[in-house]
Design a protein around this ligand. Structure first.
Ligand code: SF4
Length: 300
């Protein structure tokens, strides 16, 4: 079912202009402290599209990079070209190492992410964490669209944090509401993923994302067959992760140099069947898998 996300969610709330001003000021400070060494790691979700708009609108020297996991919806992939056309900025595209992806699927199958938490996290390590490590190489800071409202797990997100690899991570929209996000998109005509019009508030890889129902949590459509404690892919891990978590991560299948970034690996139970969400996404998944060919700006 289609709706219109702007019509549904956009609402101007007190302090909106001040939050925009603060977000821009934070990005300017980030540039001043990390000149030539800062990248926006965009998931191409609504929040990240706003950050890209702010970077372009204020001509901030912040590179823009994204992870092409090979499993994205066609609608998500199309945003890369839309950004480049709209803002005349290049998007760095980081893909998994081809032989790692082939070997993983050959060994564990295309549905491995549904079989166990460990295999799901290993898939995320191979398709997201390793490419992210290349995006962040020789960079001292990155920018994300994380917001406190997105989940309990993100409720304490700061405007600036130190990640597990001691880089500075800036979250300029940390205090924005969902209404703020869509008000900004509406006012500034920011391009966004049409899946947001189909009740996908948080969009990741096609096999691991479904639409949410009325009353469901914001991130209920991500890895919906897992329990709540496991619902992160390991991209956003703070410096304060415990040694025990890191040790557990090092035993997981994946890339050993990424151990700190995998510190959210756990032994949470798998619950329920993935089939309902999977069937919603099957066509998009097939299209996304076929579209994983190298792109002009890709960094393999
Ligand atoms: S979100 Fe799903 S498909 Fe994407 S990398 Fe993680 S497990 Fe693999």
């Amino acid at each position: 079912m289609n709706s219109n996300a702007v019509a549904l969610y956009a609402r101007e709330t007190p302090g909106f202009d001040a939050r925009v001003t603060s977000a821009v000021a934070l990005l300017q400070d980030a540039v001043a402290g990390h000149t030539g060494q800062i990248v926006q790691a965009t998931s191409l979700g609504a929040e990240d599209m706003i950050i890209t708009d702010l970077i372009a609108r204020h001509r901030l020297p912040i590179a823009i990079g994204t992870l092409q996991t090979g499993m994205l919806h066609a609608e998500t992939l199309a945003l890369i070209g839309r950004i480049e056309a709209r803002y005349a900025v290049p998007v760095e595209v980081y893909e998994p190492v081809a032989h790692s992806a082939i070997q993983f699927v050959a060994k564990h199958g295309e549905r491995a992410m549904y079989d166990s938490i460990e295999l799901r996290k290993s898939c995320c390590a191979m398709r997201k964490l390793e490419p992210l490590s290349r995006m962040l190489e020789r960079r001292s800071a990155w920018v994300t669209g994380m917001r406190r409202e997105q989940s309990d797990h993100r409720g304490a997100v700061g405007f600036s944090e130190t990640d597990a690899n001691r880089r500075t991570k800036f979250n300029p929209l940390a205090d924005w509401s969902w209404a703020d996000v869509w008000h900004y998109i509406a006012v500034n005509d920011v391009p966004y993923n049409p899946l947001h019009d189909q009740f996908f508030p948080s969009i990741g890889c096609a096999p691991c994302t479904r639409a949410i129902a009325v009353g469901e949590d914001f991130r209920a459509g991500r890895w919906w067959w897992e329990n709540e404690d496991a619902k992160e892919c390991g991209l956003h891990v703070s410096q304060h992760s415990s040694d025990a978590q890191v040790a557990a991560a090092s035993r997981s299948e994946g890339v050993s140099s990424l151990v700190p970034a995998q510190a959210n690996f756990g032994s949470a139970e798998v619950k329920g069947s993935p089939e309902p969400g999977r069937s919603q996404n099957e066509n998009a998944k097939d299209a996304a898998c076929m579209s994983s060919r190298p792109r002009p700006h890709s960094f393999q």
